[in-house]
Design a protein around this ligand. Structure first.
Ligand SMILES: C[S@@+](CC[C@H](N)C(=O)[O-])C[C@H]1O[C@@H](n2cnc3c(N)ncnc32)[C@H](O)[C@@H]1O
Length: 195
């Protein structure tokens, strides 16, 4: 396990990413082509910023990525990045709508503060996912995609079923770069429907 950790940690350092999380998004993107030049993206729970770095490169100068986190970002912002220092529970969507009324992709790598109690942590993660889906209802364009990290637990199936109502295709993804012992899994909702 340590070897795996060292591999992605060193790879992140070599590629200039501020965290190894970038490789989870890279793997999901390479398999599902969720990012394209010119896209508009919201990255919820973006600190320390490795997803922002990856997205910024993929969308290029014509795109825009807006990061949100309750922690202040230290990463220097490129021209196609914006950052809002906010808790998702207090996020002012009107400000984001001034940047783009609707976005092509909303992703969330948000993780709750963990207690070590599996059920409680999964419930907290599920609450964050509900906040993400509520944000998607207001900010994601029809035909857009959503990528959400969730802790596996009792509510996972409920979340998948809920997303199946709103998205044409829903996939569960466990990237290779996600530690085997981690309870995290990603749910990708493809093609938001008019319902
Ligand atoms: C695993 S980190 C994200 C890593 C990031 N994707 C990257 O590549 O650098 C999870 C982040 O979720 C944020 N977070 C957790 N709960 C949040 C909330 N309620 N509102 C906003 N951000 C939150 C944390 O502050 C933390 O920075």
């Amino acid at each position: 396990m340590k070897k795996v950790k060292d591999f992605y940690f060193n790879k992140a350092k070599a590629k200039g990413f501020v965290a190894r999380s970038a490789f989870k998004l890279e793997e999901i993107d390479q398999k599902n082509q969720i990012l394209k030049p010119g896209m508009s993206v919201v990255d919820l729970g973006c600190f320390p910023g490795s997803w922002l770095q990856y997205i910024s490169k993929r969308i290029g100068n014509e795109g825009i990525v807006v990061g949100v986190d309750m922690q202040e970002l230290k990463l220097p912002l490129s021209a196609n990045m914006k950052f809002f220092h906010s808790d998702i529970n207090e996020l002012d969507l009107a400000i984001l709508k001034q940047i783009k009324p609707y976005f092509d992709l909303i992703c969330s790598d948000m993780a709750p503060k963990t207690t070590g109690i599996k059920g409680t942590d999964a419930d907290r993660s599920y609450h964050l996912c509900q906040m993400v889906l509520a944000t998607c209802q207001k900010l994601l364009k029809y035909g857009g995609n959503t990528l959400i990290k969730v802790f596996q637990g009792a509510a996972l199936e409920k979340l998948v079923q809920q997303m199946k109502i709103e998205y044409q295709i829903v996939k569960r993804i466990k990237p290779r770069s996600s530690r085997n012992e981690s309870v995290e899994i990603f749910i990708l909702g493809i093609n938001k429907q008019k319902i």
